[in-house]
Design a protein around this ligand. Sequence first.
Ligand code: ADP
Ligand code: 5GP
Length: 197
Amino acid sequence: MAVTPRGTSPVPPDARPRLTVLSGPSGVGKSTVVAHMRKEHPEVWLSVSATTRKPRPGEQHGVHYFFVTDDEMDKLIANGELLEWAEFAGNRYGTPRAAVLDRLEAGEPVLLEIDLQGARQVRESMPEAQLVFLAPPSWEELVRRLTGRGTEPPEVIERRLRAAKVELAAEPEFDTTLVNTSVEDVARELLALMDVV
Ligand code: ADP
Ligand code: 5GP
């Protein structure tokens, strides 16, 4: 399977990249923005990751994540079935490779919502991808959102906030930064970056 590198593609060189990576600290609002965007544009395809994390209330297998055991994750990694994977705050997460490559081959826009380590791996393996960083309006607001979501115990929130400091420092590595003040505005900006509207 070949994803045509930019420059040799038959599409004009200024065409938007098909693969978009959305990253940002836990609690910044990535899932909220993506859900809002897909409510109005269900044609935007979002990769469903595999994770060893336990489901939160309401999360469905195959919809929000493929919830896998440690052994299953070991196998996915060993068999080269993941485009990228990373350990984040005590759990492993990875992007199933085949589904993403199929969509790209069909010329469809593809969105990955993954952490910083994953974004770096995608940048290495698919330099044509555009990397978008979702930033909080302030550190205090990030803490408020992560705590207010109420899905993690305090020690997990602490761990995620430690990771958030590292992620915020890496913002300059990204092609574009969107500040999540308004979900509607960010969703619109993201759609424009993906050339969907
Ligand atoms: P992430 O997917 O980045 O971990 P979530 O989408 O779960 O973050 O959002 C974390 C919390 O912040 C949720 O309670 C969500 O409702 C809230 N939130 C998201 N975006 C905004 C926003 N623009 N303004 C206020 N609250 C927001
Ligand atoms: P959560 O547990 O809050 O759903 O996700 C925690 C972090 O893992 C978030 O930053 C999210 O973007 C990231 N993540 C989700 N799926 C993947 C994936 O497939 N690969 C990587 N590297 N990170 C992921």
